[in-house]
Design a protein around this ligand. Structure first.
Ligand code: 4AD
Ligand code: MG
Length: 482
């Protein structure tokens, strides 16, 4: 009996009267007798019963909230309420003391703001234990989904020389001494002297490299960190976030939408099955939070119901143009329903508009397609100009309740002349993307892909309200402490 067993496995097995060894962290210690022990495998604590009369008082004193201990003894049926089994401890050892006076995580409810300031310790709370187990399952399910379908997991570079989205939101990478960079004859920074011999940046998207892979392997996906130096002082943006970017040869926009919808449903279902206990915990947490809100602001569905609803219903598919019409009709006489006016065809939707469509109008996930070309990236396939003279591209954004945009994607422009023309119009340097343009020269074919923001998915599945709470180490302006 020297093999440690995880608490989840122990609680799930129906066995009693067996000898077990457990290790974990003390959540609470009541009456010098009952330890609530947690090892992160589940939110359920194991009750460890201490034979306090035969235990050294000095040892008892060291059993404090946060301390790491090991306990061995007999697993017995529990007479107490709240648990089926408990451990009658024979031997307890304190592996790591924890000073209760200075330990920030107390056995009480802490605010999310407080836990964000103590992000190095917040893993030790039930809420964050549940969130990061769900995050883990979602990551696993994403790989499983693509692997089952024969996609190749392609590792695209973190350091690149391109700004795939052309939005100018890159973080520079250099090994220069910034206080004293080498200068050229004109007194300008001489990037030829830099590590890579040219300016480089952290990737904003692996899509362009992903397309190169798809042009030979047919179906690929990336799943890695991406970086954007944009204003991420919102509850939906991070400066470092993880993105899943599948890219498929011979797919059109409809195939792309079908795949994205299937992926989202698959991974949500996986988490609901695999993490039932954690999602139930998060559902209850959210219900408590909702009780603080006025009745009319409370959500009509619980978290579990919301997730199930998403599985049971087709996503609504409509064009950007149809969406603009709905938004305009919903504000008759220009009555001010939105903070930002729906300015009309050609402008990007604000998140309040997206959320109106999803949460109030359709009340389900929505896929918007065929956006004006001026508000989308250069690589999207151009549609024929429509009867009203509108120029659109084969874009698709998936909008989710409570989240807004969760997926952005498109069919790609595979026609070299159209692509080059668009790059010229948008001032995208063709010479720097010569390798990308080569795919359009050598065996180009229709293809499509999309990017799923992983943290936005985790937000949706956990019901949390702030993206900083669903990534272990959030990066946002003025925050990179740990
Ligand atoms: O819409 P985006 O910018 O699309 C692309 O990057 C494409 N290259 C994807 C592709 O077609 N392969 O980003 C895709 C998704 C968004 O829908 C959103 O979910 C997420 O990435 N995202 C962010 N998530 C957190 N913080 C940010 N700052 C994000 N920016 C985008
Ligand atoms: Mg987008």
């Amino acid at each position: 009996m020297s093999q440690r067993i995880k608490i989840k496995a122990l609680l799930e097995s129906e066995q009693t009267d067996i000898q077990v060894l457990v290790k974990g962290w003390v959540r609470t210690f009541r009456n010098n007798q009952f330890i609530a022990l947690n090892d992160g495998s589940t939110n359920s604590n194991l009750q460890v019963v201490v034979d306090f009369e035969n235990t050294d008082p000095a040892l008892l004193k060291r059993i404090t909230t946060g301390a790491a201990i090991s306990a061995s003894g007999t697993l017995v049926a529990s007479l107490g309420k709240g648990q089926k089994v408990e451990l009658k401890a024979k031997v307890i050892e304190v592996l790591g003391d924890c000073d209760p006076e200075t330990y920030p995580i107390q056995p009480k409810k802490h605010s999310l703001e407080f836990l964000r300031e103590n992000a190095h310790l917040r893993f030790r709370t039930n809420t964050f234990g549940a969130i990061f187990r769900v995050r883990n399952s979602l990551a696993f399910a994403i790989h499983q989904f693509f692997q089952e379908r024969g996609f190749v997991y392609l590792h695209t570079p973190i350091i690149t020389a391109s700004d795939a989205e052309g939005a100018g939101e890159t973080f520079h990478v250099t090994n220069f001494d910034l206080a004293n960079p080498p200068k050229d004859d004109k007194g300008e920074i001489d990037f030829k002297e830099d590590f890579f011999g040219r300016p480089t940046n952290l990737t904003v998207s692996g899509q362009l490299e992903g397309e190169l892979g798809a042009m030979a392997l047919s179906d690929i996906y990336t799943f890695g960190p991406t970086f954007r130096a944009e204003n991420s002082n919102t509850t939906r943006h991070l400066a470092e976030f993880w993105m899943i970017e599948p890219e498929m040869a011979f797919y059109d926009l409809n195939d792309n939408m079908d795949l994205a919808e299937a992926l989202l449903k698959y991974v949500i279902k996986y988490a609901l099955d695999k993490n039932a206990e954690d999602i139930e915990f998060l559902t209850q947490r959210l219900l408590e939070e909702e009780k603080q809100k006025p009745q009319n602001e409370r959500s009509e569905m619980s978290l579990t119901e919301k997730l199930q609803f998403c599985l049971d219903n087709d996503f609504e598919r409509l064009t950007y143009t149809e969406a603009i019409d709905i938004l305009k009709e919903s504000t008759p006489n220009k009555k001010k329903k939105f903070q930002y006016l729906v300015e009309g065809w050609g402008t990007d939707l604000q998140s309040e508009h997206e959320r109106y469509l999803v949460e109030k109008h359709f009340k389900k996930p929505v896929i918007l397609t065929d956006y004006p070309k001026q508000i989308k990236a250069f690589y999207m396939r151009q549609n024929e100009t429509d009867a009203n003279g509108n120029e659109t591209v084969r874009a698709m954004d998936i909008l989710f309740p409570g989240i807004g945009e969760i997926v952005g994607g498109s069919q790609r422009e595979e026609r070299l002349d159209k692509l080059e023309q668009r790059m010229d119009e948008m001032g995208i340097p063709k010479e720097e993307l010569w390798w990308y343009l080569d795919t359009r020269r050598f065996g180009a074919c229709p293809h499509a892909g999309f990017g799923l923001g992983f943290e936005r998915l985790v937000l949706f599945v956990t019901g949390m309200g702030n993206i900083r709470d669903v990534i272990p180490f959030p990066r946002f302006p003025k925050n990179a402490e740990f």
